[in-house]
Design a protein around this ligand. Structure first.
Ligand code: PRP
Ligand code: URA
Length: 210
């Protein structure tokens, strides 16, 4: 199931415009802040699909029943660029544990190469929210999901800021049980596997490597 969050207008559009803009991208503080704010908004939207339980809270005047999130959450960040989304997620779900899956795309084959994986204990009992700003060919997303399933995870949602149709189809076909959330869905990939119109290389923008 695919959710495209900017189908409904919201301030998300303002943040997405800024991360795409060649002028605004030159301001690293603003780029990072916008990725974080987008993750925050996405987390809020995804929270509408979580499980809830009712808990009572004592107010100065009585008792109020309140629905609170019942799922135990792990935010799994695909390195490097997924790191940019973690703080935005944790600002809304501060009790979430954080996992890291290190992957880079081979520049010629676009195949993901894993170089690191550190996941919280008992992750198989938790809801895993994978974060990565870019869903391009879908190779990194599919491999990260497979890695988590190998660890016993059954409840996984995937979040990307910008998705390409090719990547969305690949994840949906390979892992039909995983809900996919993108802030916005772009046109296609170019011959170098970059999303069009996209924003360029998210990792390089976040960390100033190029
Ligand atoms: C980018 C991005 C995704 C991946 C998406 O990472 O953050 O992880 O590419 O591409 P795909 O859908 O075709 O797999 P990259 O491999 O450039 O590594 P980086 O985050 O370290 O820059
Ligand atoms: N990774 C990025 O950072 N950007 C793209 O457009 C595709 C993959």
């Amino acid at each position: 199931m695919l959710y495209v969050l900017d189908k409904q207008n919201s301030v998300l559009g303002n943040f997405i415009k800024e991360i795409r803009s060649v002028e605004v991208q030159n301001d690293p503080l603003r780029f990072r802040k916008n990725i974080e704010r987008i993750a925050q908004v996405m987390c809020y939207e995804i929270s509408k699909t979580l499980n809830y339980k009712t808990e009572s809270v004592k107010t100065p005047l009585g008792v109020a029943p309140t629905n609170v999130v019942a799922d135990k959450i792990v935010v799994a960040s695909i390195l490097r660029a997924g790191l940019g989304m973690v703080n935005g997620m944790l600002s809304l779900v501060p009790s979430a544990k954080v996992g890291h899956i290190g992957m880079y795309r081979d520049e010629e084959t676009f195949e993901p190469q894993e170089y690191y994986c550190k996941l919280p204990d008992k992750i198989e009992e938790k809801l895993v929210l994978i974060v990565d700003p870019m869903l391009a060919t879908g190779g990194s997303a599919c491999d990260a999901i497979t890695r988590l399933k190998d660890r016993g995870c059954k409840n996984i949602k995937f979040m990307a800021v910008i998705g390409a149709p090719e990547g969305v189809s690949k994840v949906a076909e390979t892992h039909p049980d995983v809900q996919i959330f993108v802030s916005t869905l772009d046109r296609c990939l170019n011959e170098n596997g970059y999303i069009l119109p996209g924003l360029g290389d998210a990792g390089d923008r976040l960390f100033g490597t190029k």
